[in-house]
Design a binder for this molecule. Structure first.
Ligand SMILES: Nc1nc2c(c(=O)[nH]1)N[C@H]1C(S)=C(S)[C@@H](COP(=O)(O)O)O[C@H]1N2
Ligand SMILES: [Mo]
Length: 335
């Protein structure tokens, strides 16, 4: 169930704001752009201090409160060096705001993300349309530091804050015949300039899907924050999916609908170019994209003189946790 035992009270909940801010300042020195991983299950979340704090997306107060009580899920996090905030929030794919990597940050800032409602529909016992604030009541947020591997062969290491999708699904009680979960992004051409034209590619709204067992996997996250703060619009505020063993396009942003179904749902990139993008889209260095190799990736930040090319791992390095979901499947066929 979604409602779990309350965690220990975090220092941030009992510390006056001024002292708390100083502590953030102090932790800045410790964090220094890399993860502070401690042993044990969960520990208090480090507050990342940024050089340009003013560019952070504030998010609503109720969400800030929850973010401050987040803990880190160490066992499910990588200790690789974090991709700097500047790149995580400034080099994005979010075609609703344009095709360029810097379009989303430049054009998404006025997206209205609160209040936000999400429709839960299809094969569930408790369908309905719920306010995000209500969906998050009783949810303990946790930090997960995941690799993100884009199908375009670049990658990042991102400290998300969110909660397992499985918790949400269980709360709305899937029926026995629910075999897939379909997700839909907001469709609002007034706010999303990219939706005013089709670019000859995506048929709006952006849609994605997972098989039920993938959706219920403990690594599958619904994120509401990044770097300890609210998710900015360019990263899919206020609610986006994160499936770290699949190519980035599966991690659909700004979700307004979660639909449980018996049928495999259509997905935007598969619909656009089925010979290039499959439904599964598991990261797989052995299966090249028809137009480029998938055997290596550019780990950002990368530059001409320091390209930072690394080998791509099967399932993006999460094979130990997820490979058994696909046992018996030919992953060349089910790309
Ligand atoms: N709605 C929507 N979701 C989307 C996309 C998009 O264009 N629209 N791009 C996808 C792609 S290709 C990637 S790599 C990731 C990028 O997430 P990030 O910008 O937060 O790193 O978002 C995915 N989710
Ligand atoms: Mo991507």
């Amino acid at each position: 169930m979604l409602i779990r035992k309350a965690p220990d009270i975090r220092p941030s909940e009992i510390t006056p704001e001024s002292i708390y801010r100083q502590r953030r300042q102090f932790i800045k020195g410790l964090a220094a752009g890399s993860a502070l991983l401690m042993s044990g299950q969960a520990s208090a979340l480090a507050r990342y201090e940024l050089d340009d704090e003013q560019v952070r997306y504030p998010g609503p107060d109720w969400l800030q409160q929850k973010l401050r009580a987040a803990t880190r899920a160490d066992g499910l996090s990588t200790d690789e060096k974090l991709t700097p905030y500047e790149h995580v929030t400034g080099y994005n794919n979010f075609y609703e705001f344009g095709l360029g990597k810097d379009d989303p940050r430049a054009r998404a800032q006025n997206l209205k993300t609160d209040p936000w409602s999400v429709e839960i529909s299809g094969e569930v016992h408790k369908p309905g349309t719920y306010q995000l604030e209500d969906i998050l009541k009783g949810v303990d947020l946790e930090e997960r530091i995941y690799r993100l591997r884009c199908v375009e062969a670049w990658s990042m290491v991102i400290p998300w804050v969110g909660f397992p999708l499985a918790e949400l699904l269980k709360r709305f009680e899937p029926k026995g015949n629910a075999r897939y979960v379909a997700f839909t992004t907001l469709h609002d051409p007034e706010q999303m300039p990219g939706q005013r034209s089709r670019f000859g590619t995506i048929d709006w709204p952006y849609v994605e899907g997972l098989r039920m067992d993938e959706a219920m996997h403990p690594l599958t996250l619904l994120a509401v924050g990044v770097y300890g703060d609210a998710l900015p619009p360019q990263n899919g505020a206020p609610l986006r999916l994160v499936v770290p063993w699949k190519y980035g396009f599966k991690s659909i942003k700004s979700i307004v609908r979660i639909h449980l179904t018996e049928q495999m749902p259509p997905t935007s990139w598969n619909r656009t170019a089925p010979q290039e993008y499959g439904f599964y889209a598991n990261v797989n260095p052995a299966v090249d994209h028809p137009r480029w190799s998938q055997s290596t990736e550019r780990r950002l930040p990368s530059s001409l003189f320091s390209p930072n090319i690394i080998d791509t791992q099967p399932f993006n390095g999460y094979g130990e946790q997820v490979a058994q979901l696909y046992s018996g499947m030919d992953l060349r066929k089910w790309y």
